[in-house]
Design a protein around this ligand. Structure first.
Ligand SMILES: O=C(O)CCC(=O)C(=O)O
Ligand SMILES: [Fe+2]
Length: 258
């Protein structure tokens, strides 16, 4: 049986934050069941039925295709608009969506110290919806953005893997950011290239490729911090057996004015 069964409700032990230090200044904090299921259900229903979802054409690796999920973007007024994969999503503001304002306040409270001013929301109607391997390294979020995602609805796998970079690209990026990379990290980047070739598609990777998997469920919060968008990429792969809908609200801080 390949279908994943629904998780047990979180207990005090499982609800505790899990910290994953990926090295090189990258880390993930995972807060399973941070928001109670009834609260998460209420938010899911309010958003799923009312947001003006978009499903645009995007441009990825030289090919135009229909985005394999729906999205909605909201931000403080007057910020530089988001653009990714050749597409600029419609720019909505919090005043028009009070439920999102309330969710943003709750997430900022859950993750003290960050003033998230924008949110890209993804709607995965069922297991056919996905997001391909990518990082959120857009310039408007700065060089080491913290991104907090809140999952609502059906659970989905969220995968994380180290980026493949040439030795030269690594050296250039490191000097641009003024960071030092240890010899061991350089060697492991090369190992990754030789173990999986240059392909970007999803295939089973060897253990040496540093891949992690989270099963994100209703009310879970996950934070990507530090150099994650520079050195790692993430994906939500298709899962044919999944029938239900998942929303992910990815809170970010846009640093540049328009
Ligand atoms: O759905 C998720 O958890 C990830 C979404 C994502 O990577 C993004 O919006 O950039
Ligand atoms: Fe992302």
């Amino acid at each position: 049986m390949t279908a994943k069964t629904r998780r047990d409700p979180p207990t005090a032990a499982t609800r505790a934050a899990q910290e994953l230090d990926l090295g090189g200044g990258s880390s993930i904090s995972y807060l399973p069941g941070h928001f109670a299921a009834d609260q998460a259900d209420e938010w899911f229903k309010a958003l799923d039925s009312s947001l003006p979802w978009e499903r645009p054409e995007i441009f990825v690796r030289g090919r135009r295709s229909l985005q394999p999920r729906e999205t909605f973007y909201i931000a403080d007024p007057g910020l530089k608009p988001l653009k990714y994969s050749g597409h600029a999503p419609a720019y909505h503001i919090w005043d028009d969506f009070p439920v999102l304002q309330a969710i943003r306040d709750a997430v900022c409270e859950a993750v003290p110290g960050y003033a998230f001013n924008s949110c890209l929301i993804n709607r995965y109607a069922d297991g056919d919806s996905s997001v391909a391997w990518h990082s959120d390294a857009e310039k408007l979020f700065g060089i080491a953005p913290t991104i907090a995602s809140l999952s609502l609805g059906t659970s989905r796998d969220f995968l994380v893997r180290r980026k493949v970079r040439s030795k030269r690209a690594s050296a250039e990026v490191d000097s641009a950011h003024g960071t030092k990379r240890t010899k061991r990290e350089k060697v492991s980047a090369v190992d990754v290239i030789s173990s999986r070739g240059e392909t970007q598609d999803e295939k089973e990777l060897g253990e040496e490729t540093s891949k992690f998997s989270f099963y994100l469920g209703n009310g879970d919060v996950l934070l990507m911090r530090g150099n994650m968008q520079r050195d790692w990429e993430h994906a939500v792969p298709k899962r044919k057996a999944v029938k239900g809908t998942r929303l992910s609200l990815t809170f970010r801080t846009v640093l540049e004015p328009s």
